[in-house]
Ligand binder design. Structure first.
Ligand SMILES: Cc1cc2nc3c(=O)[nH]c(=O)nc-3n(C[C@H](O)[C@H](O)[C@H](O)COP(=O)(O)O)c2cc1C
Length: 249
C-alpha cells in the first residue's frame, strides 16, 4: 500500500499562533505533506463573477461546473483543487471564531469544493466525488472543555461544527472525529497560562501519534443514502445520525 498524501489547510492570520504550531506538527508527521496557508497565501474567500470573467446574471453552481468542465477554473481555485485532488487526507487547522470556522476557511470551501469536481446534483453524500478521501479537523477554542461540552454555555462544539463536517460528507469525505485544544487564548496569566502552555506542548507532542492512528480513529456517523426515501426524507425505522436530522413525531 502506498503512503497516503496529506493536505494540511491552515486558516489563521498569525504565523506564530498555536494553530500554526499545531499545523507544523502535522506537517512534520506526514510524508511529503501538501500545505495551504490560506491567509498567508492571500486566498480570496469571496466567490464572485469576476473570478470567472463572467458578465450578466451569475449562477455560482453553473459557473463552477462550466469552469471545471472547460478547465478554466480561477487560478487560485485550480491550485487548491489540485492540492485536494492530490491528497488522500485533509487536515484542517483553525481556531473557532463565532461558533464556526474563520470566514476564510468557509470561503475556501465555497470556492474550492467545486461543483462538477467534488460533487454534482447526482453525485453527493455516498456518491460524492471526494469519496475515498478522509478529513480530520484540528481546532482550537477559547472556551474551555466544560464550556464547550454538550451542557456547557458555549454550546456543544461537536454540534457547532456539524454543518462544516456535513458539507465535507456531502462531497463524499469520510470525517474523523475532530481533535480540539480548548481554553486557548492570549489572556491567560499565571497558573492558567502555565497550564495552557503544558496542554499546548502535549497536543504538539501527541500529533504524530494522532495522525499515525488515522485508520483506527473514530469516524463521525452520517446517514447512508439508503436511509432516505426518493424525496430525501428519513425513512421510518432508519437511524437518525447527526443532530440536525431527526424523525418527525
Ligand atoms: C473573532 C473571534 C471569534 C471567536 N469566537 C469564539 C467562539 O465562538 N468560541 C470559542 O470558544 N472561542 C472563540 N474565540 C476564541 C478563539 O477560538 C481563540 O482565541 C483561539 O482558538 C486561540 O487559538 P490561536 O492561539 O491559534 O489563535 C474567538 C476569537 C476571535 C478572534
Amino acid at each position: 500500500m502506498t503512503t497516503p498524501r496529506s493536505l494540511i489547510v491552515t486558516a489563521h492570520p498569525e504565523p506564530e499562533s498555536f494553530t500554526h504550531q499545531w499545523a507544523a506538527a502535522s506537517a512534520r508527521a506526514c510524508a511529503a505533506p501538501i500545505e495551504s496557508h490560506l491567509v498567508q497565501e492571500g486566498f480570496d474567500p469571496v466567490e464572485r463573477a469576476a473570478h470567472f470573467g463572467h458578465e450578466g446574471r451569475f449562477d455560482v453552481l453553473k459557473a463552477q461546473e462550466n469552469a471545471a468542465d472547460t478547465d478554466t477554473l480561477p487560478g487560485d481555485v485550480a491550485r487548491e483543487v489540485g492540492r485536494i485532488t492530490a491528497a488522500d487526507r485533509l487536515i484542517l487547522h483553525f481556531p473557532v471564531w463565532w461558533f464556526g470556522p474563520p470566514a476564510i476557511l468557509k470561503g475556501w470551501m465555497d470556492r474550492c469544493l467545486v461543483n462538477g469536481i467534488f460533487h454534482r446534483g447526482s453525485q453527493r453524500f455516498d456518491a460524492g466525488l471526494a469519496r475515498g478521501k478522509s478529513v480530520l479537523i484540528c481546532a482550537t477554542t477559547g472556551g474551555d472543555g466544560v464550556e464547550t461540552a454538550r451542557d456547557g454555555r458555549e454550546g456543544d462544539i461537536n454540534l457547532i461544527l456539524w454543518p462544516l463536517m456535513h458539507a465535507l460528507r456531502y462531497c463524499g469525505f469520510e470525517v474523523l472525529e475532530p481533535a480540539f485544544l480548548h481554553g486557548v487564548h492570549g489572556y491567560q496569566t499565571g497558573d492558567a497560562r502555565a497550564d495552557m502552555e503544558a496542554r499546548m506542548a502535549a497536543t504538539l507532542d501527541q500529533q504524530a501519534a494522532r495522525l499515525a492512528s488515522w485508520d483506527s480513529r473514530p469516524r463521525v456517523p452520517f446517514n447512508a443514502d439508503t436511509d432516505f426515501d426518493t424525496e430525501g426524507r428519513l425513512k421510518r425505522g432508519a437511524p437518525a445520525h447527526g443532530p440536525f436530522i431527526s424523525h418527525r413525531q
